[in-house]
Ligand binder design. Structure first.
Ligand code: AMP
Ligand code: ZN
Length: 313
């Protein structure tokens, strides 16, 4: 029988080894903080090809493609209640709006090696934690019927780690359904299975399982239990470190119920709040899971995988 500390050490070592392997292969470049990387051309192409694979697999849904910046209005960030549930993952933006005297104090503090952040103040923006968050405000009002959006972009989550699967800045591809409650429910059930099948076709040893978000604190534990019991979140899990952990979520399907419809005043023609669902693909995680499965030499991957990930003609 192994004790917990041995397990943790072995897992830490496995993460360090995988991190070293992708850095040595030149696929990722250490960008100076845990969970912050530069991407090589090969890795970046791979991410693009995975994103294309994910969206073309669902082309018949006729999703509207929209791209937002990785920062969005702070007041919209406020409305999502993200800070209540995930204060530990949050990233907000500060700017300098002081006087010349304030600037002088800042520069003096900095020259003395002291902290200078206190001369900054909250800007109008926050970092996007999930690519669907900048969408909802845009839909406020009455929508004529069910709609599907194809979104992609960088997300920020403050979770520094030695695990190359856990980044602070990473790209997410999402398909977001907004509309009728039953259709939203059905969308998650049906499309999540397809999401899983697509990832299995790429050779990943993937399975779908109910999951919970990492809500903060004691109230958070309660929210997590409810989310799990309602199966509001499903994750596609891939074993990256053998049996040293439970596997890593490379994609997810989330039922929000009327949460965003209610919060952002997105209404159906009968005046009730729209329901929403999103399917998310963690693009770097999928790329790394594929690298773990098929090897660091991307050019030598099995032909059937490469064919599925073919660059768009
Ligand atoms: P979530 O909204 O938490 O379900 O995230 C959607 C997907 O983004 C997850 O299934 C992961 O694949 C990916 N993801 C979430 N957090 C991270 C992270 N810290 N680093 C890399 N990918 C992540
Ligand atoms: Zn989302």
């Amino acid at each position: 029988m192994t004790d917990m500390s041995d397990d943790r050490t072995a897992l830490d070592r496995a993460r360090d080894d995988f991190r070293a392997e992708v850095l040595d292969a030149g696929l990722l470049v250490d960008a100076g903080e845990p969970g912050l990387y530069g991407r090589s051309g090969v890795f970046d192409d791979l991410v693009d090809r995975i994103a294309a694979f994910a969206s073309t697999g669902f082309a018949e849904l006729g999703a509207e493609r929209l791209r937002f910046a990785p920062v969005f209005p702070r007041r919209e960030f406020e409305r999502t209640d993200y800070i209540v549930s995930f204060p530990h993952l949050t990233g907000t933006i500060n700017g300098f709006v002081g006087s010349e005297a304030d600037h002088k104090s800042l520069v003096t503090a900095r020259a003395a090696g002291e902290a200078w952040d206190s001369w900054l103040s909250p800007a109008e923006t926050a970092l996007v934690p999930a690519v669907c968050h900048p969408l909802y405000e845009r839909l406020s009002g009455t929508i004529p019927g069910d709609r599907v959006y194809d979104l992609r972009g960088f997300c920020f989550r403050h979770e520094p780690s030695n695990d190359p699967m856990r980044l602070q800045a990473f790209r997410m591809q999402e398909l977001v359904f907004v509309g009728d409650p039953d259709a939203a429910h059905e969308f998650r059930t049906v499309q999540c299975e397809r999401q899983l099948r697509g990832l299995v076709e790429l050779g990943l040893d993937a399975r779908l399982q109910p999951a919970n978000d990492p809500f903060f604190g004691r109230t958070g534990r309660f929210l997590a239990r409810n989310q799990l019991a309602d199966e509001a979140k499903l994750e596609v899990i891939v074993p990256i470190y053998g049996d040293l952990d439970e596997g890593t979520a490379v994609a997810s399907g989330n039922r929000h119920g009327e949460h965003f419809g209610d919060t952002f005043g997105i209404l159906l023609p009968d005046g009730s709040a729209a329901h929403s669902t999103c399917l998310g693909w963690g693009l770097e995680r999928i790329a790394l899971a594929l690298i773990r499965t098929h090897g660091v030499d991307v050019a030598a991957w099995p032909a059937d995988v490469t064919r599925l990930l073919a660059p768009a003609p």
